[in-house]
Design a protein around this ligand. Structure first.
Ligand code: PLP
Length: 386
């Protein structure tokens, strides 16, 4: 064997598998997309290209350009009341993905355990494995609105548990953790002396007037929480690859040291673009969120008219996690048959862990026309099953 046991332990995402399968079919309607279908805002693109033409094309400091770290620090203070020192408690990374990985490398020794509620974005699981550590998966339940089950988290704790990972709003379920749940997780993490990894990349894509609450803002949590955020989803900037973390100094400093050795820094022009995204007008962002909201309403209405399936109305993100249990099919069977018979591409819920069995994930990061055509075809498919 030439490759390491760690590399062998990592499995490719089932979303990619579905994507590749769809390429075998000509004209498909793709409802799998995990990134905004909008292009980046004009002001942000201009700031990025201006940075390039001004020669800001070099390495930046490993932790990222200071003006962006300062802006993030101001922004977080407004958002959750905590002040993070831009010099030592904020790092700019290659997307939130880069931040999550650096943080896990900074925290985890082989054999350490990280508790993750599922269904979840499975990159967490792979990243934990890449550190030789152990992901401990704790299922959530649709009846409980896919809310993190703190009793189960407590049962999952061992003397090797290092951290609890939270993702609110959640990819794929669209659930948002309420204050009571956050407070209970905070209590547990204080009691067991755990770090909370709080993935907040969808925090702005919230509906029905919900206000975002970060666990980092709860009493005693600032010093045991690492926040992960990104410009990817909020500002339609996936390809710019820029995200960040804020948290305790010992963790952020070590992430910075590690970043020096794997990437040096996030791309410098992207960091200037991100600075404009945060400082400039938020109007385009609001328009995108309003559009996701109206697509979500439309999709839920259409799903409500279909036999054998149902969905909770997501509180955030641009995903819908649809229950297909009454069809009697597994998630994979459903997704593959839908592709074969109607050329509509969706992600089987099992791509987000075993707890996703009986569900499929639909993405509303797609035009209304696409959503309507895809869901009409799905309705025909379901009617034939009855
Ligand atoms: N966290 C979640 C829950 C995601 O869904 C994604 C991307 O799909 C990421 C983090 C990573 O985003 P990025 O690395 O583009 O910032």
């Amino acid at each position: 064997m030439r490759v390491s046991s760690v590399a062998r332990s990592v499995v490719p995402s089932a979303i990619r598998k579905m994507f590749n399968k769809a390429l075998e079919y000509g004209n498909t309607i793709n409802l799998t997309i995990g990134e905004p279908d909008f292009i980046t805002g004009t002001n942000v693109m201009e700031a990025g290209s201006r940075a390039i033409f001004e020669g800001k094309t070099k390495y930046s400091e490993n932790a990222g350009i200071l003006p962006l770290r300062m802006e993030i620090s101001r922004y977080l203070e407004r958002e959750n009341g905590n002040r993070y020192d831009p010099e030592s408690q904020v790092i700019i990374t290659i997307g939130a993905m880069g931040a999550l990985y650096l943080c896990m490398r900074a925290l985890l020794d082989p054999g350490d355990e990280v508790i993750i509620s599922t269904p979840c974005w499975t990159n967490y699981i792979q990243q934990v494995k890449m550190c030789g550590a152990k992901p401990v998966l704790v299922p959530t339940d649709e009846q409980n609105e896919f809310m993190v089950d703190v009793g189960k988290l407590q049962q999952a704790c061992t003397d090797r548990t290092k951290a609890i990972l939270l993702n609110s709003p959640s990819n794929p379920t669209g659930s948002v953790l309420d204050h009571g749940t956050l407070a209970a997780v905070a209590e547990l993490s204080n009691e067991k002396d755990l770090i909370v990894l709080s993935d907040e990349v969808y925090k702005h894509i919230l509906f029905d007037g919900l206000e975002y609450e970060s666990i980092a803002g709860l009493t005693g949590m600032r010093d045991r929480t690492v926040i992960f955020d990104s410009f990817s989803k909020t500002y339609a900037m996936t390809g710019w690859r820029v995200g960040y973390s804020a948290g305790p100094e010992d963790i952020i400093r070590n992430m910075t040291k590690l970043q020096e050795n794997v990437a040096a820094c996030a791309p410098m022009p992207s960091q200037y673009a991100a600075l404009e995204a945060l400082k400039g007008s938020q109007e385009y962002k609001q328009q995108m969120i309003a559009e996701y909201d109206s697509r979500r309403k439309l999709a839920c209405e259409l799903i409500g008219q279909m036999p054998l399936v149902s969905c909770l109305r997501p509180k955030g993100t641009f995903y819908i996690f649809m229950n297909i249990k009454q069809t009697g099919m597994t998630s994979e069977e459903f997704a593959y048959r839908l592709l074969e018979e109607k050329q509509v591409v969706v992600v089987p819920g099992t791509a987000f862990g075993d707890a996703g069995e009986g569900y499929i994930r639909l993405s509303c990061a797609s035009s209304k026309d696409n959503i309507v055509s895809g869901l009409n075809k799905m309705k025909e498919f379901l009617e034939c099953l009855q």
